[in-house]
Design a protein around this ligand. Structure first.
Ligand code: 13P
Ligand code: SF4
Length: 369
């Protein structure tokens, strides 16, 4: 809710929840959950803070959570502890009688906001002035608004996540010669590079410039158009951080999320989604050392859950996803107790105009995944 100055204020009634002690919040969340029982499904992304994560019925990365949401048919309410694009995805993949709730509507994703439908449609028109539309597939990272997923669905494209980007890009190249990949340049570049596509066949598309800042010749030649978007959290990891750990702890394994820059990804031993990172470190032998390049809440949990290993955060800076962090215990409790009282707060409803094609784009991905 905004005040007269346009500043964010707490939603009505929420202030009281901030006066509760952590124990009190825990008790009341547990009680509300047990009263809502089978009417409720609580999903938690791997970046969620512990005070919320520990209450999730099911946790995971974007792919796992979207697959899980798609299978649920019996829960009246899906409370999504994550960010807006994840709740939108759950809403698209579930029938209208299931209500999806995001405990704080300000939990967005700064990377997702770097591409909007007007800019992507402009880019599409500019690119297809030089090459036929039938030769290019649009692919959107799941970290994007529903109308961009709809755009991809309608244009014969699809969605990808950090887990399946390679499979999705391969599928696209089996059908058409070129791809437009948005909004994360790093996931696009890291994946295409690992598939053997040379850097000189990829161009960066800056939506602020005519033709994305590219010459007509560069557009005709390119196989991959990479949107100039990035994750403000993962851009904090630098190649010199990898160097420092390797010098200090010879033999250490470096594992990073593919939203990190190519310079960091190229120096790492392993690269993958949040779920892949958790699985890999958890399965590693006792005594092994790991430097992990992804969000801080996840890395702190990994440290705590793996006391037989040494787990380090790859950056000396605090790299936390401030929007994921917005979902806290007071917001969670508030949304659950409002549900119990019969009032649905912060429901995420994707407009019908976007839902149909966005679902096509997501289902194309889920079939391949
Ligand atoms: P995952 O799909 O790996 O969970 O990543 C989502 C995300 O937003 C990472 O920043
Ligand atoms: Fe978005 Fe980055 Fe936060 Fe992931 S970590 S939700 S990409 S801002």
């Amino acid at each position: 809710m905004d005040n007269a100055l346009g500043l964010k204020t707490l939603d009505a009634g929420l202030e009281d929840y901030y006066r509760l002690s952590p124990d009190n919040l825990d008790d009341r969340i547990a009680a509300a959950k047990s009263r809502l029982a089978d009417r409720l499904l609580l999903l938690g992304h791997n970046y969620q803070r512990d005070e919320v994560y520990k209450f999730a019925d099911y946790t995971g990365d974007s792919l796992k959570l979207s697959q899980y949401a798609a299978q649920q048919r019996d829960r009246e309410y899906i409370v999504f502890c994550g960010v807006k694009f994840m709740a939108e995805t759950a809403d698209i993949l579930t029938p209208p009688e299931q209500k999806v709730i995001l405990p704080d509507l300000a939990a967005g994703c700064s990377m997702a906001d770097m591409a909007d439908i007007e800019a992507v449609e402009t880019a599409w028109q500019e690119i297809t002035r030089f090459i036929p539309e039938s030769t290019i597939t649009p692919i959107t990272y799941i970290n994007s608004a529903a109308n961009l997923k709809a755009f991809c669905g309608e244009q014969g494209g699809l969605v990808c996540t950090s887990t399946n980007a390679e499979k999705i890009i391969r599928w696209a190249f089996e059908r058409r010669e070129k791809i437009l990949f948005f909004p994360d340049q790093h996931l696009g570049r890291n994946t295409c590079k690992r598939m053997g596509i040379p850097l000189n066949e990829m161009v960066l598309w800056d939506p602020a410039l005519p033709n994305g800042g590219n010459s007509s010749e560069a557009i005709r030649k390119a196989r991959v158009f990479l949107w100039q978007g990035f994750c403000s959290v993962h851009q904090m990891f630098q190649p010199q951080h990898v160097d420092l750990f390797r010098k200090q702890y010879p033999g250490i394994k470096v594992i990073v999320h593919p939203e990190c820059s190519m310079e960091v990804a190229d120096q790492s031993d392993l690269i993958g989604s949040t779920e892949y990172i958790i699985r890999t470190v958890t399965a590693a032998p006792a005594g092994s050392r790991w430097a992990v390049g992804t969000e801080l809440n996840l890395v702190n949990r990994l440290k705590r859950d793996n006391p037989d290993k040494e787990v380090f955060f790859l950056s000396p800076m605090v790299c936390m996803c401030s929007t994921m962090f917005r979902i806290d215990a007071p917001h969670l409790l508030w949304s659950l107790e409002r549900l119990e009282a019969g009032s649905i707060v912060n429901q995420i409803i994707v407009p019908e105009a976007d839902r149909t094609w966005a679902k096509v784009a997501l289902e194309r991905m889920l079939q391949l995944a």
